[in-house]
Structure formats: structure tokens, C-alpha cells
Design a protein around this ligand. Structure first.
Ligand SMILES: [Zn+2]
Length: 113
């Protein structure tokens, strides 16, 4: 399941953070999941809840940002934000788009204590 691997990547990231500073609890985690990414936010929250149970992350709030996808128009070269991979270029209305971002997970910040 896609949500599990995203969650694993997130937990790795938090673990790496622990090597740079000391904290005993994670209160809140904020990540970005691009709109092109086929992730079910509810499934991701559920996976996060299960996978952090019994750890110092248990009970942390998971905040999800869904930034729009980014793409370059193959016809006019415009760099645009789009909600769907199959959209036509909003600038020239004709061109097909090449996706350049918005399909991954990005760790934004977290609050610890
Ligand atoms: Zn265009």
C-alpha cells in the first residue's frame, strides 16, 4: 500500500531529525503530499496512527498540505500549477503538459517537546 511506504519515509525522516536534536515527544508533523500523488489522506492518517503506536510519535497530529501539481506546457513553455495530470495548459489552452512536480511527499516541519 502506497500510504505505508510514504509513512515509512516520514518515520525515517523523523528518526534522522532525532540524530540532530533531542526531544522526547513529537506533537505535530506537517508534510506536503502533491495533488498528483495517489494518496488517500484518510488512509495515510490511519497508517500514521498505527505505525506510530507505542513510539514517541504516538498521538502526534499529522497535518497534510496538498499543493497543486506543477507542470510545463509542451506547446508554449508556460510553467503552471494544475490539479490534474490530464489538464490542458491553462495558459494557451492547447498544449499538453509535462509534469515537473507535485507527485511526491515532502517533509515540512514538526513540533516536538
Ligand atoms: Zn501552453
Amino acid at each position: 500500500m502506497h500510504e505505508i511506504s510514504i509513512c515509512n519515509a516520514l518515520l525515517d525522516r523523523i528518526e534522522a531529525e532525532r540524530n540532530t536534536r533531542t526531544f522526547s515527544r513529537v506533537r505535530r508533523v506537517r508534510i506536503e503530499i502533491g495533488q498528483f500523488s495517489c494518496v488517500e489522506p484518510d488512509a495515510l492518517r490511519y497508517a500514521f496512527e498505527l505505525m506510530t503506536r507505542g513510539s514517541l510519535i504516538e498521538g502526534a497530529t499529522l497535518e497534510l498540505d496538498r499543493p497543486p501539481g506543477r507542470a510545463t506546457c509542451l506547446a508554449c513553455g508556460a510553467e503552471v500549477e494544475v490539479a490534474s495530470r490530464t489538464d490542458l495548459c491553462p495558459a494557451c489552452r492547447t498544449g499538453a503538459l509535462r509534469v515537473t512536480g507535485g507527485d511526491g511527499m515532502r517533509f515540512v516541519e514538526m513540533e516536538v517537546s
